[in-house]
Design a protein around this ligand. Structure first.
Ligand code: ADP
Length: 306
């Protein structure tokens, strides 16, 4: 459905997007995972035709998208990173403006607006100015504003930043439902939990480059280890932790150590070593690694620190 080929964008001396290529099939829920400044918004704005690339092409259903091609744009909906609503207008008035921009009128537009407000649980606030809405409610309205014209492809640029857990869940459930009904979605985020929960395929982006692409399971196989082990960072475990550094990757955060064994290091050796430090097995939790570990492995950076 969508093809990106060697997409490049520069802002002055900065290369924000550096030769990104990607193929997206109809019905996918694709995640673009990367830290702030990775190039996610730039990618979205090039697909949406809001900016022109310095190199490369965007093709939608076999048609090359140029910045000004309005026909192709009708097939797209963009949920921008920053809420783009008129605060003094009511929810209905806001949606009317967005609908009219896409050529919707009359009874059809009215029906779609009611449907949209129902879908994100804002029907009872329809006639209130948006300025009275919480951040999460504004986000939900921002989302449906991009859907009134029933696009085939929805671009969601970090739609849950600054959103309360309840609104976040409402957004997730709504997007999952739309995807089940056939909408193709590209969803950018710097939260690995969101990419893990929502996305059937994930692209890992950093410094304008797509470092890896695949399902969660495919990405996890890029790691040289299958398990990671967590244990509390206490004075008792300090010397053991220090010794582990030679056998793999040890990270420490929030009072816990996280050890990822290096290639060839056996977990049985881990437990023998622990025993020699008088540390019983019950101190350790073994778990499947997360996308965070994949990101660290591929980019040398942590999603959180970046
Ligand atoms: P993300 O969405 O992943 O946070 P962006 O695509 O917004 O990343 O930004 C990628 C890089 O391009 C960053 O270094 C950012 O500072 C820079 N950048 C983004 N927009 C502009 C702009 N309009 N002018 C100059 N630099 C920009």
């Amino acid at each position: 459905m969508l093809q990106l080929r060697s997409l490049t964008k520069r802002y002055g001396a900065l290369t924000a997007l550096d030769g990104v290529s990607l193929d997206l099939a109809r019905g996918e829920f694709f995640g673009l995972l990367g830290p702030n400044g990775a190039g996610k918004s730039t990618t979205m704005s090039l697909i949406a035709g809001l900016r022109a690339p310095d190199g490369g092409t965007v093709t939608l259903d076999g048609q090359t998208l140029a910045a000004a091609s309005s026909v192709a744009r009708l097939a797209l909906g963009l949920v921008p990173q920053h809420v783009a609503l008129y605060p003094d207008l009511t929810a209905v008035e806001n949606l009317r403006i967005f609908g009219e921009l896409y050529g919707l009128r009359g009874a059809d537009l009215r029906a779609r607006i009611s449907e949209a407000l129902e879908a994100v649980q804002l029907a009872d606030r329809a006639k209130e100015p948006v300025r009275n809405f919480s951040g999460g409610m504004q986000r939900r309205l921002n989302l449906v504003a991009a859907l009134l014209h029933r696009p085939k492809l929805l671009l969601c640029d970090e739609p849950t930043v600054g959103v309360d857990p309840q609104s976040r869940n409402a957004i997730f459930e709504y997007l999952e439902r739309l995807n089940r009904e056939g909408l193709t979605i590209i969803y950018s985020t710097h939260y690995m939990e969101e990419a893990t929960r929502l996305c059937s395929r994930i692209g890992i982006i950093d410094h304008g480059k797509l470092h890896a692409l695949g399902t969660l399971d495919e990405l996890l196989t890029r790691l040289p280890f299958d398990e990671e082990i967590r244990f509390a960072a206490t004075p008792d475990t300090a010397s053991f932790a220090m010794q582990l550094g030679a056998h793999g990757d040890l990270a420490t955060a929030d009072g816990a150590h996280r050890f990822r064994p290096g290639a060839g290091f056996k977990l049985s050796t881990f437990y023998t070593l622990a025993e020699s430090h008088a540390l019983p097995p019950r101190l350790f939790t073994q778990q499947r690694p997360t996308l965070e570990a994949v990101f660290l492995h591929l980019t040398g950076r942590s999603l959180r620190d970046a």
